[in-house]
Design a protein around this ligand. Structure first.
Ligand SMILES: Cc1cc2nc3c(=O)[nH]c(=O)nc-3n(C[C@H](O)[C@H](O)[C@H](O)COP(=O)(O)OP(=O)(O)OC[C@H]3O[C@@H](n4cnc5c(N)ncnc54)[C@H](O)[C@@H]3O)c2cc1C
Length: 341
């Protein structure tokens, strides 16, 4: 029976980028994906690489910053190996502050480099304070497609369309996985099943799905908006092909991925209030995805899995090789969940 060095349960951005990193270090890797690789939460994300502002949990900040710094090289390699482009954009973010909030303690906040009417003539900013953040964005659909292609190019093996139904454990060590059709053997198994990570016996992690609904417009002109816009009521993410994403809700709705017309209309109204030229823009698509949430909002990757993919791949590959990580990982141990086996 064939044996791999590592099996990744799940082929989203986390499983794929880790598999690539492990292959680079010489390991044989099998990704076992329940559906099609790269078509779940990583496909639904907005793609902000948001390491500034004040939403990142304090204990995650050093990883978020390191990962944001790794992104250009991460994307360069993926594009090179996949021959695909992933629309990494570097125009920065305009962060609108809640009324009454000063900009003093906001991480990475800079004064606007020019008046907002020059930076984004089509915006209706109102009288709120706004700061500039040096952040990038990426198209997660393109990113995860490129990661899948790069993984294949590197010789990562893939099994799609069959769910892992249990992790096989012998004498306290993982020995492989069982799917609903067969079993696969490996010296190490890593659970990259995102919002579903807590559903694979025998371990019972308290991960939970946190639903996010989004809507996508065709901008009337490609450069209607250049910066990412973040405001308390809405965020807007322009893509180089003229699409504009508006999001996102944060809902406790179990594994329900349906969009709700009223909610999509609310998002659309908030987007139009910010960018009035969207009023007659075509809505291309609306969708929902399930963020991998945890009780303390630490990985699981919750709202930041696209941002955190490169640093996660590096750290996990180090840890799996028995090397000491450069980062303090004590806050992220699974032991914090008082796991039941
Ligand atoms: C609306 C929305 C907006 C977001 N915006 C951003 C953003 O702007 N920036 C950012 O950094 N992050 C964002 N996120 C978060 C980000 O999308 C996630 O943190 C990230 O995609 C998680 O990646 P993953 O690989 O863990 O999960 P997934 O992409 O869901 O991959 C997990 C895979 O595991 C598979 N799987 C599950 N169970 C099994 C099983 N039993 N057997 C085999 N395979 C299994 C699934 O089919 C899936 O393909 C957003 C999320 C949502 C929903």
């Amino acid at each position: 029976m064939k044996t791999w060095d590592v099996i990744s349960i799940g082929g989203g951005i986390i499983g794929l980028s880790l598999s690539i990193e492990l292959r680079k270090r010489g390991a044989s890797v099998l990704v076992v994906e329940r559906g099609e690789p790269g078509r779940q939460t990583s496909y639904a994300a907005g793609g902000m690489l948001a390491n500034c502002g004040d939403e990142t949990p304090e204990r995650l900040q050093s990883l978020a910053t390191a990962s944001a710094d790794m992104y250009p090289e991460f994307v360069h390699e993926l594009q090179d190996e996949s021959r695909m482009t992933v629309d990494l954009r570097d125009h920065g973010t305009l962060l609108f502050l809640p009324t009454g909030r000063g900009s003093e303690k906001i991480k990475g906040a800079h004064p606007l480099p020019a008046p907002i009417t020059e930076l984004e003539p089509a915006l209706a900013p109102g009288s709120r304070s706004v700061v500039f953040l040096k952040e990038r964005s990426v198209c997660p659909r393109a990113l995860v497609a490129a990661a899948l292609q790069a993984a294949k190019h590197r010789g990562v093996d893939l099994s799609s369309g069959t769910p892992v139904i249990s992790l096989d454990v012998s004498n306290g060590r993982a020995t492989g996985v069982t799917t609903n059709k067969t079993s696969y053997r490996a010296a190490k198994v890593v659970n990259c099943a995102g919002a579903w990570a807590g559903q694979i016996p025998p371990y019972d992690f308290p991960t939970r799905p946190v639903k996010g609904q989004m809507v996508c417009f065709a901008m009337p002109s490609r450069d209607l908006l250049r910066h990412v816009i973040r405001a308390p009521e809405i965020y807007l993410i322009p893509r180089s092909d003229g699409r504009l994403l508006a999001g996102a809700t944060v809902e406790e709705a179990g594994f329900d991925k349906r969009t709700v017309p009223d909610t999509i209309q609310q998002l659309s109204r908030a987007a139009v209030a910010m960018l009035p030229d969207l009023k007659d823009a075509r809505v291309l698509e609306a969708w929902a995805g399930l963020r991998p949430g945890t009780p303390d909002d630490l990985p699981g990757h919750f709202r930041d899995g696209i941002l955190l993919a490169p640093v996660t791949a590096r750290i996990m590959a180090d840890v799996m090789a028995g090397e000491k990580s450069d980062f303090d990982l004590s806050a992220f141990s699974t032991e914090r969940f008082a796991m039941q086996a």
